[in-house]
Design a binder for this molecule. Structure first.
Ligand SMILES: NC(=O)c1ccc[n+]([C@@H]2O[C@H](COP(=O)([O-])OP(=O)(O)OC[C@H]3O[C@@H](n4cnc5c(N)ncnc54)[C@H](OP(=O)(O)O)[C@@H]3O)[C@@H](O)[C@H]2O)c1
Length: 266
């Protein structure tokens, strides 16, 4: 446990720590005795989580209230952590949007680009010099299996996660020789608030993972980059899809989505 702290501590920054996979990351890292900086908009949740982590694990946990849809937010986070020895960046905040691309709200789509893409790009760029100086540490980016292939009826979200995957892969190769680990976590369906926020009833979906397991597996596999699919079911599913001719894979996915939408509406 403490060797993990030696490499990736003493401080980890987790974005999107107010719920779901981010909260689970914070708990798993606190259990490994890392101090934390927790970032999100819902500050009352962060304060509650910080108190829990301090009480249970005796770690220091600071909170940073910010809206990552704002272009200056990543720089604010870099400034807020300037005096801290951050050895691990967990860029996890994100949200999705399901349905026909033409029906998406343009403003929400612009915000999704900021949160899902702009934030990890700026945060990684800002933290790399600090990690380099330490000569050790890591970056975990929460992508999605939807970043592995264009996903019909989740097209814009899927495109944002494709950027995360490309960012993580490139950085993995750049930073590998310097002893800095980069992992792009690609979760499949995970039981968090995200389902309800994008109109999905998670109880009707098979092979859903718990956020605690997803975060723990990502941490355990931090050295196994560039990408890591946390769900065995989705690993097999996407292995199959990616082995198919692209047009066939995309058509099959689109037909499956149309069938499940029709079934849900019936
Ligand atoms: N759940 C899944 O099935 C699934 C599958 C694949 C990938 N993922 C990815 O996993 C990551 C975590 O999602 P989750 O499933 O844990 O969902 P979640 O429970 O809804 O958590 C999303 C987190 O992102 C933060 N966030 C969203 N918009 C933000 C903004 N504008 N500024 C700052 N923080 C913001 C939220 O905090 P506030 O609302 O408090 O700001 C929250 O802490 C996301 O990147 C998501 O795309 C999820």
């Amino acid at each position: 446990m403490d060797s993990f702290r030696d490499t990736y501590g003493p401080v980890a920054l987790v974005t999107g720590a107010s719920s779901g996979i981010g909260t689970a990351f914070a708990r798993s890292l606190a259990a490994r005795h890392l101090d934390l900086v927790l970032a999100a908009r819902r500050v009352e949740r962060l304060v509650q989580l910080a108190a829990e982590l301090s009480a249970v694990h005796g770690v220091r946990a600071d909170v940073c209230e910010l809206d990552l849809a704002q272009p200056e937010a990543p720089q604010q986070l870099l400034d807020a952590t300037a005096g801290r020895d951050v050895g691990l960046l967990v860029s996890n905040a994100g949200f999705s949007m399901k349905g026909e691309h033409s029906a998406n709200d343009p403003q929400a789509m612009a915000e999704m680009l900021m949160v899902n893409c702009h934030a990890p790009m700026q945060l990684t760029q800002g933290f790399i010099p600090r990690l380099r100086e330490r000569g050790k540490g890591g970056i975990i980016l929460t992508g999605s299996v939807e970043g592995l292939i264009g996903c019909p009826y989740s097209t814009a979200y899927s495109a944002t996660k494709a950027l995360v995957k490309a960012l993580g892969e490139g950085l993995w190769a750049e930073l590998q020789p310097e002893g800095i680990d980069v992992l792009t976590l690609c979760p499949g369906a995970t039981d968090t608030e995200a389902g309800a926020k994008s109109g999905i009833d998670m109880s009707k979906i098979a092979n859903v993972m718990q956020s605690e397991d997803v975060a723990e597996l990502a941490i355990e596999n931090i050295r196994n980059g560039p990408t890591f699919i946390s769900s065995e079911h989705y690993r097999m599913l996407f292995d199959g899809l990616l082995a198919m001719p692209r047009r066939e894979a995309l058509t099959t996915m689109a037909e499956g989505m149309r069938r499940s939408t029709a079934a849900a509406e019936a």
